[in-house]
Design a protein around this ligand. Sequence first.
Ligand code: FMN
Ligand code: SF4
Length: 452
Amino acid sequence: MSVTRYHSQLRQSAAERRAETHPLTWRLRDDGARIGLDEYVDKDGYAAVREVLNRQSPDDVIATMKEANVRGRGGAGFSAGMKWSLTMKGPGIPRGYLVCNADEMEPGTFKDRLLLEQQPHLLIEGMILGAYANHSRYGYIFLRGEYVEAARAVQQALDEARGAGWLGDDIAGSGFDFDIALHTGAGRYICGEETALISSLEGKRANPRAKPPFPGQSGAWGKPTVVNNVETFCNAPAVMAHGAKWYQDLSGELSNDGGTKLFGVSGKVERTGLWELPIGTPGRELLERAGGLRDGKALKTWLPGGGSTGFLLPEHLDSALDFDTIGKLGSRLGTGLLTVVNEDQSVLSLVRNLEQFFARESCGWCTPCRDGLPWTVKLLQALERGEGERGDVELLDKLADDLGPGKTFCAHAPGAAMPLASALQYFRDEFERGVTHPPRTAHADPIPVGQI
Ligand SMILES: Cc1cc2nc3c(=O)[nH]c(=O)nc-3n(C[C@H](O)[C@H](O)[C@H](O)COP(=O)(O)O)c2cc1C
Ligand code: SF4
């Protein structure tokens, strides 16, 4: 029996990727095989750890990361250096945990998988630098359960790194101790939310919790805990090896955010895949690299960074793909993997599909999310069947608002609201076409309170 294996496909050949311009992918091989320890070390691997742990202070690392403006690649774009500067540390404060968020379940997102499967030593090196900066004693890689091949690659790399003294006591003769364990999750989207991730790691149900306290103050088992995305950690070795200015120059005029980004494209294009490009590269360039739309179709709309970001229009394609620019357009850069929708596709059906996913993945703690998302799905299904009732589209506006920022314990509901609200804004006629019935009587005659 033949087994189909899916890989995240990097669409730049080894000849195109250079150490000076592609800090995340230059070592990767065209055959997609995992870079083992020897090959990684031959290509300057762990050089940043040796140098930094022996010659720089944790505060130096934080200062360089801040100056380089490495913004978190998990979706929110918070400065990694800033986060690290806020971690509780110092005399009398116990050394805590450093957690890599490798839960990658955002619809349309497959970038961390590439790094985990093909270059896990880069992640380990980045985590050692992060642990040093944050005084962390133990690290966890919280990996999406379905990433079986990544689990194998990461575990092999951890064993190799420990065997060679890059993990454990007295790393590189510096006196610094740190070790990492791999933890595979059960494949729930909500486990990617950092406080839910911590609960899950502690062996509890993966419910998010309100912040503050932030994990950096009180996280796993009550200790200071730093959570960063795979790609965020993978930037640290190059930043520390070459400096903040070098990193900033990678994006140059394109963006105030530093460095490169693993961008990707999926949907109705000729060539789906991943590209490492300067952050701030316009969406149009990515679309061109993906060979444009399949079958000569026109572009209808696109999501800039996963299912929990807002739809954008063809006219937005020349905007810089960075956190601030996409935020100003009313969406989010998110994970930076574009989902391309052609003129024949129904945005209504696409949004219904996404909201079904978000409804299923809700942890159920807050009412707007637990009850609002299934209600949203029911309304969308009715509109899709052409059986919507008058007032349904306005009700969806209200639900999108109720799911919005500040009304729930975590950002799951606001994330679910983004594609819905933007679709209602840009493609309202598709929703209105589904309205064929008079309003429900329940709207017109609410049940008197005494009878409930
Ligand atoms: C529902 C939900 C799912 C998330 N899933 C992920 C994920 O799979 N990977 C990730 O890195 N961040 C995810 N995040 C963001 C994390 O909460 C957190 O902000 C991130 O791991 C911080 O890392 P960064 O600062 O390096 O981006 C998710 C957030 C929410 C609300
Ligand atoms: S917003 Fe949704 S997923 Fe987040 S805590 Fe509330 S119910 Fe749970």
